[in-house]
Ligand binder design. Structure first.
Ligand code: SF4
Length: 247
């Protein structure tokens, strides 16, 4: 990537304007229709309705997310590209491990995320030079160093709201009457796949509703030793077995 990036502190709308003019239809907003993603979508559509909007349709999204997608399509008169997993990979995984494998252990959960989210996104990103996501530094310790613009795997990744507070997000949404995902009203601070996300109780962290059955001390995938003595993450072994089963 040879373009020079905008200066740090560039406002989100200006970052989006820059990316849309620099990359055209090789730029997209990727969103799961949470608050931050909706701020970006609203800003980008105001700049140019032809902006590409991508979402991962894992096949296990809650019904409310499909309702939200319909609302967004109508409100903005735009299309949403729904990125789906490869049917043969899902079929192989479910055949080997069952439809609710994610409750069986961390490697199985990560296998499901690989097949339903990571691999489809990687395939879609091959069409793009740049994409924007709704990460904010304030959201968690692991997001404290999020850069507004960075290069990841040869793609320009924008997090235009990196420096925003949740208050700024709320103010933007209210000022522009941006639609809100219906699950926020039911106590979900973070919204993902239906079987893996729940509402949280007072005092619980934002991410407590994700994969709540996993012991946080047990979130690593574990290691597996192949017959040749090679050490592999268990999730990679499971993935290889699914892909080999499909070959
Ligand atoms: S969040 Fe749950 S259902 Fe969704 S891809 Fe990951 S493990 Fe599968």
């Amino acid at each position: 990537m040879t373009c020079s990036f905008p200066a740090s502190g560039t406002p989100p709308q200006d970052l989006l304007r820059w990316a849309m003019s620099q990359f055209g239809d090789r730029f997209a907003i990727t969103t799961s229709f949470q608050r931050e993603g909706m701020v970006l979508l609203d800003m980008a559509v105001r700049l140019d309705r032809r902006v590409r909007i991508l979402t991962l349709d894992t096949g296990r999204l809650p019904e409310e997310t499909y309702t939200m997608i319909e609302r967004v399509r109508e409100r903005y008169a735009i299309s949403v590209e729904m990125v789906q997993p490869a049917g043969d990979e899902v079929e192989g995984m479910v055949m080997q491990h069952g439809p609710n494998l994610f409750y069986g252990g961390v490697p199985e959960r990560k296998l499901c995320c690989q097949i339903r989210k990571v691999r489809p996104l990687e395939r879609k990103l091959a069409e793009l030079d740049a994409y924007a996501v709704g990460l904010r530094r304030e959201q968690s310790a692991t997001r404290e160093s999020v850069a507004a613009v960075s290069e990841v795997g040869g793609k320009v990744k924008l997090s235009p709201l990196a420096e925003w507070s949740s208050g700024q997000v709320g103010e933007y949404l209210a000022a522009h009457e941006v639609p809100e995902h219906p699950l926020y009203a039911e106590g979900y601070p973070s919204i993902g796949c239906g079987p893996c996300t729940r509402a949280t109780k007072a005092g619980e962290g934002e991410r407590a509703g994700r994969w709540w059955w996993e012991d946080s001390a047990d979130k690593e995938c574990g290691l597996h030793f192949t017959p040749a003595g090679k050490v592999m993450r268990t999730v990679d072994v499971l993935l290889e077995q699914v892909l080999q089963g499909n070959a």
